[in-house]
Design a protein around this ligand. Structure first.
Ligand code: WT7
Length: 631
């Protein structure tokens, strides 16, 4: 059976079959791939036991499925199209044959550096082809990639390197981003000086900018020196289905970021299946996802999903507003982009720059528009539909998470009827349920509750690196036998799903996930800070902004706010910097010492009435003080 669904009847049939006979359904889907050895069992293990396995007993290598498998038919087709930051710099194209050769060469470089199956390799790079190539080179060898977004600070990088004990770090001398240069090697050096980074043996440095950087003898190697010496042939390591493919760190409501673990076969099938069905890319199409490979969207929908399907995938190094707010649309016209996938925050930012940046472009190549990362508001949805898509392009509002590996709820382009702000229908194999406050499944169709997934799907995370207890605790215990997403959700009378946002203490800032606890811990590092509480508030462009209430030791200068921001930049990175900082005398706490965040969220959103039951507050007067000083 082909991966691709082409009409609503086929969707209904696929959905029904994946529910009634998942083993048979996924066995059929899996025949679309190249296996070294077939599986013994399609799916085994349970959510209760936290031991989910897909295609157990099988052997494969995901890069053979992304690259080698296509060489017969597609060796001269463009696999990767790279659009540089500076529009006057030339586009770089890799055909499938060239990408295959580059991945093999890079895998051989990593071998030279001592990388073996199961080793962890950290990739801290800007959006250049070598970033995607490094990801695939790791997979070629069976090394586990851990990509860290280039916007994270040295400390955040060090923490991630330490947590999974990476052996090799791949970085750039520096990266271009709009009119800025990000000193990636310098930040890496700073990270590696920290005592917790002892696992790193070699640093492979790809020259992008030509910045002067210091190279440590014996540790640091230039990419171009080694690359020239390496062969274009590298046999793919034979991997077992459940061998780890990658780790990707993401924030939770408590503690430090979690290393989300994805394994080989199930992730591969899910990435390929969801890409094929949601986007409906055809021969000759050019697909572009604007995400960074440092996030899950860039893993599944720039790298693996498109390549597994033999599509042409686009990588853009720059930012949407440089040299001007028409850059995305210039690129669409330049490369005749057919499928365009971006985040609501980018849509809102561009919407605010005026329609003329869009309407003076052709955009006739566009067929499908996608949205991901956060709830899309009605105004942005319609602007995207009308001004960008000229009402001719279906919008796929794709809901998923780092943990889910790929899209779980989304329209299928051109097949599912779209509704503004609705992610609409679950993909075949996805069984969403809404839970009420008693922890029971809500049986009525029209409902609202906490979103859980009732059974395992192939792309589901298999754990948190080094912490199985936290894995069970975070996702599998709130509702026994179910995966808890952390999202609130509404279902209409026709069983369309609308995601309403996080129900835990996780913020979604411009589509980036940030834990309130993480930002609070960072602010606490400032020597004059006694205590901080961080909440989200509605923000026109970012979706949510960060509001920090800070208690300081003594009367502080106004400069403390800038210092707090600098502290957060240092601890996490600029993406976690508070938009508003209010210095307060105290935080609203219950007698048992728990901060009443509900009240702080309301005040930050300028909702001053109806704080609910405040009778358990230790000192109700702090609420008035905070209210009076609100920003
Ligand atoms: C959280 C996951 C999925 C890749 C990018 C973010 C929110 C994601 C949507 C959407 C409403 C969405 C959820 C989710 N989210 N997509 N289409 N509509 N909300 O991945 O960093 O793991 O964040 O992003 O709250 O739980 P992530």
């Amino acid at each position: 059976m082909d991966l691709k669904i082409s009409n609503m009847d086929e969707y209904n049939n696929a959905y029904a079959m994946a529910q009634s006979n998942p083993q048979e359904f996924w066995a059929q889907m899996a025949t679309n791939f190249q296996w070294t050895k077939k599986w013994d069992e399609v799916q085994s293990g349970t959510i209760e036991q936290a031991d989910i396995k897909w295609f157990d007993g099988a052997q494969l290598n995901i890069t053979e499925n992304c690259l080698d498998r296509h060489l017969e038919k597609r060796s001269d087709q463009v696999a990767l199209l790279f659009e540089p930051n500076d529009p006057s710099e030339e586009t770089v194209k890799y055909t499938y044959a060239q990408l295959h050769a580059a991945v093999c060469k890079t895998a051989n470089m990593l071998k030279e550096l001592g990388v073996k199956k199961g080793d962890r390799v950290c990739i801290y790079m800007s959006m250049v082809p070598e970033q995607l190539i490094s990801v695939l080179a790791c997979a070629r060898l069976g090394a586990i990639h851990s990509v860290v977004f280039g916007g994270f600070s040295a400390l955040a990088l060090a923490g991630r390197i330490e947590d999974c004990e990476c052996k090799v770090l791949i970085t750039n001398d520096a990266g271009f981003r709009g009119n800025k240069i990000i000193p990636l090697k310098e930040i890496s050096d700073e990270a590696l000086k920290m005592k917790e980074c002892r696992s790193i043996e070699k640093v492979l440095v790809h020259k992008r900018v030509g910045s002067s950087v210091s190279m440590q003898e014996g540790r640091d190697i230039w990419w171009h020196d080694l690359y020239a010496k390496c062969s274009t042939e590298c046999e793919a390591e034979v991997m077992s289905s459940e061998d780890p493919l990658f780790i990707l760190y993401t924030s939770g409501s408590t503690g430090k970021p979690k290393g989300i673990l994805h394994t080989t076969a199930g992730y591969m099938v899910w990435a390929a299946y969801t890409f094929a069905n949601v986007f409906q890319v055809d021969e000759g199409d050019t697909y572009w996802c604007t995400a960074d490979i440092g996030w899950i969207t860039g893993h599944t929908y720039i790298t693996y999903g498109p390549l597994l399907n033999g599509a042409t995938t686009t990588m853009f190094e720059g930012v949407p507003t440089w040299p001007d707010a028409g850059r995305f649309w210039d690129i669409v016209d330049k490369h005749k982009i057919t499928h365009f996938y971006t985040a609501p925050t980018a849509i809102r930012a561009l919407m605010g720059c005026g329609n003329e940046f869009v309407t003076n472009k052709s955009l006739t190549s566009l067929k499908v528009l996608g949205s991901v990362g956060e709830p899309i508001n009605e105004e942005a949805w319609h602007w995207y539909d009308e001004v960008v898509g000229k009402k001719k392009c279906p919008i796929v509002d794709t809901w998923w998470q780092t943990e889910t590996g790929g899209i779980l709820i989304s329209p299928l382009a051109g097949i599912t009827k779209t509704i503004p702000c609705f992610a609409t229908k679950p993909l075949p194999g996805v069984s969403p349920v809404l839970m009420n406050s008693e922890g029971e499944v809500i049986e009525t169709t029209e409902a609202s509750g906490n979103l859980c997934i009732d059974r395992p799907w192939p792309g589901m995370l298999r754990g948190i690196w080094g912490d199985m207890e936290r894995f069970k605790q975070t996702y599998l215990s709130a509702y026994p036998g179910k995966y808890f997403t952390g999202d609130g959700c509404k279902r209409d009378q026709f069983s369309n799903y609308r995601i309403t946002g996080r129900v835990d203490d996780v913020l979604n800032i411009s589509g980036h996930r940030i834990g309130t606890a993480e930002v609070e811990d960072a602010i606490d590092q400032h020597p004059d800070v006694i205590e901080a509480a961080v909440v989200g508030f509605p923000h026109d462009v970012k979706g949510q902004g960060i509001y920090a209430y800070v208690v300081t030791g003594h009367d502080c200068e106004d400069s403390i706010k800038a210092e707090i921001i600098a502290t957060v930049n240092k601890m996490i990175g600029p993406i976690a910097k508070p938009d508003k900082i209010q210095i307060v005398k105290g935080l609203p706490k219950t007698r048992s010492g728990k901060i009443m965040r509900r009240i702080l969220r309301k005040i930050a959103s300028h909702e001053f009435d109806n704080f609910g039951d405040t009778s358990t507050l230790l000192d109700p007067s702090v609420v008035d003080e905070i209210k009076d000083g609100v920003l």
